[in-house]
Ligand binder design. Structure first.
Ligand code: ADP
Length: 139
């Protein structure tokens, strides 16, 4: 199925200058860039994006991490784009992510894990609308 997914290249990805390397992995997997912009994440947007984590003790550290520097937000499109992107990233905890996955190769731990990607078609629709206006999205 042709899908779209929302990806955030997080501050550790930007600080390590890995945006190009990570985007090349998406391209080589057959995913196309449908939208792309650099933004500074605001706390209000992060509270919405991570609403299922706001009561966790580590939530304040997620907010400060995600606001360390501007991030790149992308929409990727392609066959099974949601699962393909999540498979390329690997599991949340970079310290146990297999080598060869983006998090396994470049991430640090459960928090600093290089990139976010939508986890279901329903979430992808909501996340795309959260980060992009219609005019910022290209076919
Ligand atoms: P994923 O990003 O793989 O979908 P989650 O939705 O569970 O994972 O978590 C969202 C983000 O919150 C993670 O990518 C990570 O940056 C952060 N996070 C999750 N669990 C922890 C934790 N135990 N400690 C610190 N940060 C965490």
């Amino acid at each position: 199925m042709i899908e779209r997914t929302l990806v955030i290249l997080k501050p550790d990805c930007m600080q390590k200058n890995l945006a190009g390397t990570v985007m090349e992995k998406f391209a080589k997997a057959g995913l196309s860039l449908v939208a792309c912009k650099m933004i500074r994440l605001q706390e209000s947007l992060l509270r919405e994006h991570y609403d299922f984590l706001t009561d966790k003790p580590f939530f304040p550290s997620i907010v400060s991490y995600m606001m360390e520097c501007p991030v790149l937000v992308l929409i990727l499109g392609g066959e099974n784009a949601i699962a393909v992107t999540r498979d390329l990233l690997g599991p949340t905890d970079s310290s146990i992510a297999p080598k060869g996955t983006i998090r396994g190769d470049f991430g640090q731990d459960k928090s600093r894990n290089i990139a976010h990607a939508s986890d279901s078609p329903e979430t992808a629709v909501k996340e795309i609308a959260r980060f992009f206006t219609k005019s910022e999205v290209f076919e």
